[in-house]
Design a protein around this ligand. Structure first.
Ligand code: XIL
Length: 319
């Protein structure tokens, strides 16, 4: 069973105002090496960072994560190959024909997946292709807009050719429970499997917030994907707390958060083929939450001095 964390930095949005902890914060690196058995690239393998200009790749930060993982006996989750967000301008603003775009995606997948072949346990091939209304992102997602939903299956095929060992995942948020959005994935996964597409897993991000409640049917949802023969994973968990005026959540809030983390881990542990549970970072200082959810915070399992919150202890107990 793998317990992972996102490896922060190496390319992040500018509004996140910090030095790259992965290269500058020795204490951070120690915790990352010691507490986790899997690493995910928080940003470093996204298009805008790894493929910043047409025909130009920047592999440095992604290489550093894969090397670090190997030195520390950790596996790696690759993230991500086909997404509507964090794409470089040259791609989004470029004037490409559908045929050219198809070739651009194929080349990218072959290059990136091929570079790390044999060193990545799981790839989030397609990320967030369904929107909050449970519709396929036919406008926002450049690939689906220009090439149709079939391109998703092609992306899986190309990734599988480039690294036959990697387990290839669909991945999204708000698909923890059984709901309209996870239903769309359930149907899509069946179609892809029927077509012989090398789809191996369904990733549930797990960006939870105590104000929206715990998805009580997480285990049943994972189970129905497992019953299709797929692996499942919790890929990006954090549990946000609505921040009080003084910026210091009370003990009750941390206990509730701990329960969400623990129940999510227990749900995964109870389902065969769910053997990867990844935190989207472990300290608030480097977490995306305060930047993206201004009213919320304290979403990680450690204080900024790396002392454990109740959630950290709860996870250890559940393992
Ligand atoms: C986030 C990162 O944590 C931020 O640093 C970045 O600025 C934006 O993306 N779903 C995903 C992740 O699949 O890639 C996102 O990561 C969080 C939501």
């Amino acid at each position: 069973f793998y317990v992972g964390s996102a490896a922060a930095g190496g390319g992040h949005h500018l509004e996140q105002d910090y030095d790259d902890p992965f290269t500058t914060d020795e204490a951070y690196r120690e915790v990352l090496a010691e507490q986790f058995s899997s690493l995910s690239a928080e940003n470093q393998m996204k298009w805008e960072f790894i493929h910043p200009e047409q025909g130009e790749y920047d592999f440095g930060p992604a290489d550093a994560i894969v090397d670090f993982a190997e030195e520390n006996g950790q596996v790696v989750r690759g993230h991500t190959l086909l997404w509507h967000s964090q794409n470089p301008e040259w791609l989004e603003e470029g004037d490409f024909t559908p045929e050219e775009l198809r070739e651009i995606l194929r080349e990218h997948i072959e290059t990136v997946v091929g570079r790390y072949a044999g060193r990545i346990q799981q790839w989030d091939v397609a990320n967030e292709i369904v929107d909050d209304d449970a519709e396929i992102r036919t406008e926002e997602n450049i690939w689906i807009r220009e090439l149709g939903i079939e391109i998703v299956s092609d992306a899986f095929r190309w990734a599988h050719e480039a690294d036959p060992e990697a387990e290839l995942f669909l991945n999204d948020y708000s698909v923890e429970g059984i709901n309209a959005k996870s239903d769309v994935y359930y149907g899509l996964a069946q179609d892809m499997l029927d077509d012989g597409v090398p789809l191996h897993g369904f990733g549930v991000q797990g960006h939870l917030s105590t104000q929206y409640g715990y998805p009580g049917d997480l285990q049943q949802n994972l189970q129905r994907f497992a019953d299709l023969g797929l692996k499942t994973a919790i890929t990006e968990i954090d549990v946000r707390i609505v921040m009080p005026e003084d910026g210091q959540p009370d003990q009750g809030a941390f206990e509730q958060q701990a329960a969400y983390y623990r129940m999510s881990l227990e749900a995964c542990l109870a389902v065969e083929g769910c053997d990867s549970f990844t935190l989207w970072g472990f300290v608030d200082r480097y977490s995306w939450v305060p930047v993206f959810f201004p009213e919320e915070g304290a979403a990680t399992v450690m204080e900024d001095d790396y002392s454990p919150r109740p959630a950290f202890t709860a996870l250890l107990q559940a393992l």
